[in-house]
Design a protein around this ligand. Structure first.
Ligand code: FAD
Length: 316
């Protein structure tokens, strides 16, 4: 079922989450067992990320491990099929511009349609290793172009074909939004102009980058509405669970942690203490968002259910 239908049918805020395909050499069983407890909260959909870069570790005879980078982490399509089958949820694969030609995108979308996927999140993706993003030759430069391709397929228009096909896909397309602005955009106004382009081209809902200050989400929703966008805006939630994330999350995702949260986190000496603070903060955040009737709380689990479970147990 389409995300828009799930949201329309919902009587209260939904619970949803994002997982990563396992690294090469790790099993599907481990992933499924890891997320199984979250099914208690009846997620209607689960997102499966896509990664342009994959690290594998090569073991040398002297025992040392070497980090080897390869292109594209496999598994997104397979994991979607597996979780739909095993948990009876809708899977939402992330589809990227980066690393794909238009034809490769078309082929992935055909496979996704054949396995019964009804929704995709269309993203540009980042450049590997903090370089400047460049599209593949004959690939897309911006997520709006990818949205356009998906919507054309929904209308029966494939690449290199003049005529309309009788069979066509019917994907519901979501896109990303940034309550603290996308890091490359010179201003929020600029970013919203291109968010609107994604919606005008046919995207039907927005999932936000994680944020830790609800006011940023509320202000963002107001600005998005002022920009003439009326689709649902699903907030992204991430409970902080390790000491490393205190600096890694702001640096990687270009966001601020509120002073009240960093004051608490600074007192922590161990990951266990950080996790306790992170979970308590998320619970508070989620309760306020539910009271504001947000469409769904969408958790960035990084495929680890524990913290998300503890938050959801208090909120749903
Ligand atoms: P776009 O919407 O294309 O925007 C990128 C930048 O270009 C913005 O600054 C925008 O303002 C600007 N822009 C847009 N159109 C134009 C234009 N026509 N002219 C000039 N400027 C323009 N990354 C992954 O690799 N894999 C994932 O699975 C993944 N999942 C994500 C899920 C969510 C919910 C979010 C919020 C992000 C996710 N990302 C993922 C990260 C995402 O790929 C990056 O944030 C990326 O840098 C931007 O992607 P986008 O789709 O928002 O890009």
């Amino acid at each position: 079922m389409k995300i828009t239908e799930h949201l329309k049918n919902a009587k209260s805020t939904l619970f949803s989450f994002e997982i990563l395909p396992p690294l090469k050499g790790q099993s599907l069983k481990e992933l499924c067992e890891g997320i199984a407890p979250l099914m208690e909260f009846n997620p209607p959909f689960v997102d499966v990320t896509y990664h342009r870069e994959e690290y594998i570790f090569k073991k040398h005879p002297n025992g040392l491990l070497e980090k080897v980078s390869t292109k594209k982490r496999p598994g997104t399509v397979g994991i979607c099929a597996a979780i739909m089958n095993r948990f009876q949820v809708d899977a939402v694969p992330h589809v990227l511009c980066g690393g794909f030609t238009k034809e490769e995108t078309e082929n992935v979308l055909i496979d996704l349609n054949f396995i019964g996927v009804d929704n995709v999140l269309a993203l540009r993706g980042d450049a590997p290793k903090a370089e400047r993003f460049t599209a593949e030759p004959d690939g897309h430069s911006f997520a709006s172009e990818l949205v356009e391709q998906i919507v054309k397929m929904n209308n029966g228009k494939y690449l290199h074909e003049e005529t309309e096909n009788s069979f066509h896909t019917d994907f519901c397309v979501g896109v990303a939004g940034y309550p603290e602005k996308h890091f490359e955009a010179p201003s929020m106004k600029f970013d919203l102009k291109y968010l609107k382009e994604k919606i005008d081209k046919g995207a039907e809902y927005i999932v936000t980058q994680m944020f830790f200050d609800n006011q940023k989400y509320f202000d963002y929703v107001a600005k998005v509405r002022e920009a003439g966008i009326d689709v649902p805006i699903i907030p992204g939630i991430k409970p902080i669970t390790t000491l490393g994330q205190i600096t890694m999350l702001p640096r990687t995702f270009f966001l601020d942690l509120p002073d009240a949260l960093t004051d608490e986190l600074e007192k922590c000496k161990t990951n266990a203490e950080v996790k306790e603070v992170g979970i308590a903060w998320s619970i508070q955040q989620c309760k306020e968002l539910v009271a504001a009737y947000v469409p769904s709380l969408h958790f960035y689990t990084m495929s680890k259910a524990d913290a998300t479970y503890k938050v959801a147990k208090e909120v749903f």
